[in-house]
Design a protein around this ligand. Structure first.
Ligand code: MN
Length: 218
């Protein structure tokens, strides 16, 4: 049985980038529904004893009849969405409380990569800003619902992945490091149709130390 993850910050901690209202629906309703659905789908199947990552990888590939069918796709979609949201919600941290804003500019408080991840981004994109620009452009350019990812291969080489629906880099043999959710439920209450503005604002609450830990964990 899978359970809903706890948010590692208060429900209003990411405002104004992600409002408490958006977060309460996104975590408490959307993610909860994926967890409930998966828990109904997997009992009695080969997926029952697997980890979330194992379920996503196994259910991403067609299997012989009679197991193959709509159930596998439903399992992939719900397991994928749980894995995606678990990675998404745990990569943020409040950056600028009201007190901090009185003393620091936003840029002073923004997190940035260091160490091997910083070196790798700069070797592939030149600057962090160039990487961020391409990442947001790929999120904006993803048609319909999906996720944009920073992902790494076994050698540590980075790439930006655009996947529709519930797909995740683990289904492509890659490690997920950072992701922006471009499903409308992630931003519509706060930004309506302004997806680009929302994605650009997410840099302000991204905790790069989380992304680095994912990168350094080979
Ligand atoms: Mn979502």
């Amino acid at each position: 049985m899978f359970t809903l993850i706890d948010l590692p910050y208060p429900i209003d901690a990411l405002e104004p980038v992600i409002s408490a209202q958006t977060l309460s629906f996104h975590h408490g309703k959307h993610l909860q529904a994926y967890v409930d659905n998966l828990n109904k789908l997997i009992p009695g199947t080969e997926y029952e004893s697997m980890t979330l990552e194992e379920i996503v990888i196994a259910s991403s590939k067609p299997v012989p009849e009679p197991v193959e069918g709509p159930a596998r796709k439903a399992i992939f979609n719900n397991a994928g969405q749980i894995l995606n949201h678990n990675l998404y919600f745990t990569q943020f941290a409040p950056r600028h409380s009201r007190l901090d804003l009185s003393r620091h500019s936003r840029l002073d408080r923004e997190s940035a990569p260091t160490g091997p991840l910083k070196a790798q981004i700069e070797s592939q994109w030149g600057t962090l800003e160039a990487f961020q620009k391409e990442f947001v452009a790929k999120g904006v350019g993803l048609f319909g619902s999906g996720w944009v990812w920073l992902q790494a291969d076994a050698a540590g080489t980075l790439s930006i992945g655009q996947y529709p629906g519930a797909d995740n880099p683990v289904a492509h043999g890659l490690r997920p490091l950072l992701t922006f959710d471009v499903w409308e439920h992630a931003y519509y209450l706060d930004y309506q149709n302004r997806r680009a503005a929302h994605l650009e604002a997410l840099w302000g609450i991204l905790d790069w130390s989380v992304v680095e830990r994912r990168y350094n964990k080979q």
